[in-house]
Design a protein around this ligand. Structure first.
Ligand SMILES: *Cc1c(COP(=O)(O)O)cnc(C)c1O
Length: 461
């Protein structure tokens, strides 16, 4: 049975400004277009099942074995086993530590990839899948606007991937020196443009390029975070953790520090594929729209979003909430307007959420280090604090895994203030300060940008 993808906005027939997309697309189409024409998110129309026997058979096997099992479950119709095998081998060449903090309770470190962020997991697999579905003999040109971290994870993920070139636009005045260095020096098929403007200006330049008919010959595509190609890889590490840690049929709890909810959505799909997940814990920072919704049944986005120290989670209306609502029978659009509420009782049965203040986050970093010797940065600390709240409230004793989503060495100021030392960079990030590269500096002006694209992008392989 093949899986197709539909839009979360397909039922919004009487909503002004939305023309619902009611069709179905293949995974490849969803991957290359990113989102549906009605600005809804693509969702699979059926969810493949994994047997417990297949999952337990992954114990003590390398990460790529789990990756292959999950990838095949979704993609066997559209990619050969050989292609999928080479994609996951090439994408996952770094460790995925499961660190025991105290009995039955673990931290899964998703911070060992090339940019020391869990986003490496999704971006690296998506990049390699894209390379295998571009038109024969042609190039794909990815355009990304970034305010910092996502750009380097995406840029790095595509480095050296054949048939694809990447152009990253970043606002020169809004990124840190470290981030600028990261973006400027990726090299190879990845070029950074340093735009004299704000993040919104970068996004607008990219949007204009996508709708310019003179640029369509370049096969322009995006690699944004709502692409289903970035959700699928985020199912894998839940299955991996379960296979390594759980005994036959045991139930497990995961705590996932959440911003746009893409990471947590991976766990939701893993459960629906058959993984015995007792509860998905989705702690947020002070952007508390989702825990508030679970409490009150009324959804109200936080606007503008609140600036917390876990800044990759400063989201007042999570983009993947549309997929969560869809999975529980509801509909919410991109602006945060709810058209149909989901089954709240069912959601509460499977999901727990709590808002963690910055003060609590800092205390958690200090306490987990002092009590257990475990080093967390601010995003992972939100996850851990949420797990503690949940355990105190429910006395749940299931095997539990909390996710660390970035490496503590990426936040030297905060960690040094709390712990008195700066953790070492992971092997993958060492030497970054000495990397050479160049940014092309450009005014915030579409004709200049278009001119650059026409003179520099390639069409043929
Ligand atoms: C992006 C990010 C998150 C949030 O993940 P979502 O999938 O958006 O919920 C958490 N921590 C870090 C370090 C991130 O970069």
């Amino acid at each position: 049975m093949s899986i197709h993808y539909y839009s979360t906005n397909r039922n919004l027939i009487n909503v002004s400004g939305i023309t619902p997309f009611t069709g179905l697309v293949s995974f490849k189409e969803a991957l290359l277009t990113g989102q549906a024409s009605d600005e809804g998110l693509f969702v699979p129309d059926s969810i493949p099942q994994l047997s417990l026997a297949d999952i337990h058979a992954l114990k003590d096997k390398p990460y790529r074995s789990t990756a292959l099992l999950v990838a095949q479950a979704f993609l066997a119709d559209e990619f050969s086993a050989d292609v999928l095998d080479s994609v996951v081998r090439d994408a996952y060449n770094f460790p995925v530590p499961l660190e025991e903090v105290y009995p039955q309770t673990f931290i899964m470190r998703l911070d060992q990839g090339p940019t020391a962020s869990f986003k490496d997991f999704a971006a690296r697999m998506m990049a390699r899948l894209m390379s295998h579905c571009r038109p024969q003999g042609e190039r794909l040109n990815i355009l990304v606007a970034t305010s910092g971290d996502t750009g380097s994870a995406v840029g790095d993920a595509f480095r050296g991937v054949s048939g694809i070139d990447v152009t990253i636009l970043y606002p020169v005045l809004e990124v840190s020196l470290r981030q600028k260095k990261q973006l400027d020096t990726i090299g190879g098929n990845v070029q950074a443009l340093s735009i004299h403007g704000k993040f919104d200006d970068c996004q607008n330049l990219v949007k204009q390029a996508f709708s310019d008919p003179e640029l369509t010959k370049f096969n322009l595509t995006s690699a944004n975070s709502i692409n289903f190609g970035r959700i699928l890889p985020q199912i894998i590490y839940y299955v991996y953790a379960y296979a390594q840690l759980a005994s036959a049929g045991e139930q497990m709890v995961f705590s996932v520090p959440s911003g746009n909810f893409g990471n947590a959505l991976g766990c939701e799909y893993a459960r629906r594929m058959g993984l015995p997940v007792a509860r998905l814990i989705m702690p947020t920072n002070e952007n508390d729209e989702f825990p508030d919704y679970l409490k009150t049944g009324i959804y109200q986005k936080v606007s503008p979003s609140r600036a917390c120290i876990s800044n990759a989670m400063n989201v007042g209306h999570p983009s993947n909430l549309a997929r969560f609502f869809e999975l529980y029978g509801g509909t919410v659009d991109r602006s945060g307007l709810v058209h149909l509420y989901p089954d709240l009782a069912e959601m509460r049965r499977h999901i727990f959420s709590v808002s963690i203040t910055d003060e609590k986050t800092r205390k958690t970093i200090k306490n987990t280090y002092e009590s257990y010797g475990a080093i967390l940065e601010q995003h992972g600390a939100v996850g851990w604090a949420g797990l503690e709240v949940y355990k105190n409230l429910t006395a749940d004793t299931h095997l539990a895994v909390s996710l660390e989503t970035a490496h503590p060495a990426k936040f030297p100021e905060e960690i040094e203030k709390l712990l008195g030392f700066i953790p070492e960079l992971p092997a993958s990030m060492k030497g970054i300060d000495g990397r050479q590269g160049r940014a092309i500096v450009m005014a915030n002006n579409f004709p200049d940008f278009k001119n650059y694209l026409q003179n520099n992008l390639k069409i043929k392989e």
